[in-house]
Ligand binder design. Structure first.
Ligand SMILES: [Zn+2]
Length: 646
């Protein structure tokens, strides 16, 4: 804790607390919360919370959660402050939210997550739901400005029941993330970290100040206007977040492994990950306290950091050919583990920041994530490789990365591709880097080669008899233990086709059909932009031969449920034929068509006898409307339509 800024002073003095600002700062700086009176504790909670909400945090999050909030929870579990949902301090009139917005219960250890998993399983048992039907979704916990979008109005979260109308953020051009639609409910206003650091960090102390500016009534700074236009600031509906979704039993096997990638999934500030069950019966059964949903939990961790000396920077070639700098470090203890190596972001960072033997770097471990080098404290002459450590091809720069251009014959790329396959399947054991390296040394190149190996060959290559038979057995296991088809697809390592996107495609098409999908057809699916679609179509074409060689060996694949079969069956648009005509005001016509399709509608271009609804935008002639009515079509205005689907 430190000095108080004029902004913080202003925020606190507007709260009319029972404590003067001076005595408040005195307590914060000099005394333990345990020695404070209840009144002082509440006053300090009010003050720190208000400063945090306004973008001028007074204490760090962990101190707030661990020392302030938890002290009050211990002393007075029913104190009204604990029932308020992190209220924002904006003056002005409030309106009732279309839906209650609760906050999320927090866990700070894997053990707490395990307990939550047990509670979900218990609820499933009480409802006689098999664990093989219980899925958990993990998403990043965005650290932005919480809001709710009902398609017409954007609301602040307020006290969770009543919020304020901040639709002006959309009027100012704020886009929905992921080319999403309006009306997707709860989300957060967030700012790209990269963009903030490149364009806004000099003018603003932190991204919270910008979030506050976007929704403020007064005029906003040109730099923020530009950030909105550049879509660096967006409203990110939770429904569109990248996610891991899998069976509760798969999660329970290795919670850390499933959580870890989500920490890196977005270029926005996040302060944890959120786990929730997607099973609606379980959700209903578990319900909510006044404060949070019981079927959802946030996992948060405190960052730990240390300054460490670099011994060496070693290049490592990945599956995709990217050569990554790995810093060998003087062994250092961090968050309970001894760390002796860490990945530097990329070779551009090695080059520009001077990372080499003798450099001092700041190592940060955020949660369970592998520690990363955040900052170089003392630089030296950088250590850059000229050739790929595996195949000795000359490396080339591609943006910030050095890459090995040898796509066809680089042992490291080949080995990592094979390791990635078996690791991603996740239903077998034995094909780690060491084994795969040995296989490759003996001429194995492709996944299908591995499935053709005989035990006698393995023994001839120096594997013990027991190991050889075990490896063959594991190949059988990998084909017989059921896995989701999207996981099988992800194992082939196509760029942008990790679990999330693969699952989305498989909600609409069968696995073999994906290889015939055109870019146009892919863009039709909600969530795929032109560039991603192009990259995915190209990537699929590259692995097509190998994919079918492996696929025809017969794996026990669980097909992804088709959207139209299940989730959409109760959508009002499910199976309906609709036609949009005229110009729409709440989004472009193609956006609205895409959205309608995502709700299970069949969208046509012209009215026929099969059409259910004609949705009319502006400037539609009476003839067209009457002709549709003659065919028995229900004609709706845009706002009637939006009301119907909301
Ligand atoms: Zn290479």
């Amino acid at each position: 804790m430190s000095q108080i800024s004029p902004q913080q002073q202003h925020i606190i003095s507007s709260l009319s607390l029972t404590l003067s600002i001076n005595s408040l700062m005195d307590l914060l700086n000099n005394a333990q919360p345990s020695s404070w009176s209840d009144d002082a504790l509440v006053a300090i909670l009010e003050a720190t919370n208000a400063c945090y909400r306004a973008g001028y945090p007074l204490v760090d999050d962990a101190f707030y959660d661990h020392h302030l909030l938890s002290a009050l929870q211990d002393r007075q579990p029913d104190h009204p402050f604990l029932l308020k949902v992190e209220p924002e301090v904006i003056s002005g009139k409030t309106v009732t939210l279309p839906q209650k917005m609760l906050s999320t219960d927090k866990a700070y250890s894997i053990a707490e997550i395990e307990k939550w998993v047990t509670r979900i399983k218990k609820a499933a048992d009480e409802l006689n739901i098999a664990h093989s039907e219980v899925y958990i979704r993990i998403t990043p916990k965005l650290d932005g400005y919480a809001a709710f979008d009902d398609g017409k109005t954007l609301y602040t979260r307020g006290d969770g029941v009543r919020g304020q109308d901040i639709t002006r953020a959309f009027t100012r051009g704020l886009a929905v993330a992921n080319q999403g639609e309006r009306g997707l409910g709860p989300g957060e206003i967030v700012i790209s970290k990269q963009y903030f650091n490149a364009h806004l960090a000099e003018q603003f102390e932190n991204s919270r100040n910008i979030q506050a500016a976007i929704i403020a009534e007064k005029n906003i700074e040109p730099s923020v206007v530009k950030a909105i236009a550049d879509e660096a600031c967006v409203f990110y509906p939770f429904a569109l977040l990248p996610h891991w979704t899998g069976l509760i039993d798969v999660l329970a096997q290795d919670i850390e492994a499933q959580i870890e990638p989500i920490w890196q999934a977005v270029d926005y500030d996040i302060d944890g990950v959120i786990l929730e069950t997607t099973h609606s019966e379980i959700k209903n059964h578990m319900g909510a306290t006044r404060h949070h949903h019981r079927w959802q939990i946030a996992f948060k961790v405190n960052d730990e950091s240390a300054e460490v000396e670099v011994l060496n920077v070693t290049p490592q070639t990945s599956r995709t050919g990217r050569v990554s700098p790995v810093a060998e470090l003087v062994p250092t203890k961090l968050s309970g583990a001894t760390i002796s190596r860490a990945t530097v972001h990329h070779y551009k960072m090695v080059q520009t920041n001077g990372v080499g033997p003798g450099a001092i770097v700041q190592l940060v471990r955020s949660g369970l994530v592998i520690p990363k080098i955040e900052k170089v404290i003392t630089s030296v002459t950088p250590q850059l490789p000229e050739t790929c450590p595996s195949c000795h091809s000359h490396v080339i720069w591609e943006a910030d990365h050095l890459i090995c251009p040898n796509k066809s014959d680089c042992p490291a790329q080949r080995e990592n591709t094979l390791v990635h396959f078996f690791k991603t399947l996740g239903n077998n054991d034995g094909f780690g880097p060491k084994v795969v390296e040995k296989l490759c040394q003996n001429g194995v190149q492709h996944i299908h080669d591995i499935y053709a190996i005989e035990p006698s060959e393995l023994i001839g290559w120096g594997f013990g008899e027991k190991t050889a038979f075990n490896l063959i057995e594991q190949l059988n296991v990998s084909r017989t233990i059921a896995i989701e088809d999207w996981r099988f697809l992800a194992a082939f390592g196509v760029t942008r086709l990790g679990g999330g996107n693969g699952e989305k495609l498989l909600q609409h098409h069968t696995l073999p059909d994906l290889f015939d999908l055109t870019v146009d057809a892919m863009v039709e699916i909600d969530g795929f932009a032109q560039l991603s679609a192009e990259a995915i179509v190209e990537g699929l074409a590259n692995v097509k031969d190998e994919f079918f060689k492996v696929y025809q060996l017969g794996f026990n694949l669980i097909p992804t449920p088709k959207l139209a079969d299940s989730d959409l069956a109760d959508s009002v648009l499910f199976g309906q034929q609709i036609v949009f005509t005229g110009s729409m005001t709440s989004g472009s016509r193609s956006e609205m068509e895409k959205h309608a399709k995502s709700l299970g509608a069949k969208v046509g271009k012209s009215v026929s006898g099969n059409t259910t609804y004609l949705i009319t935008g502006e400037k539609v002639g009476a003839n067209k409307i009457n002709a549709a009515k003659d065919k028995g079509v229900t004609v709706l205005t845009e706002s009637e339509y939006l009301a119907m689907i909301s």
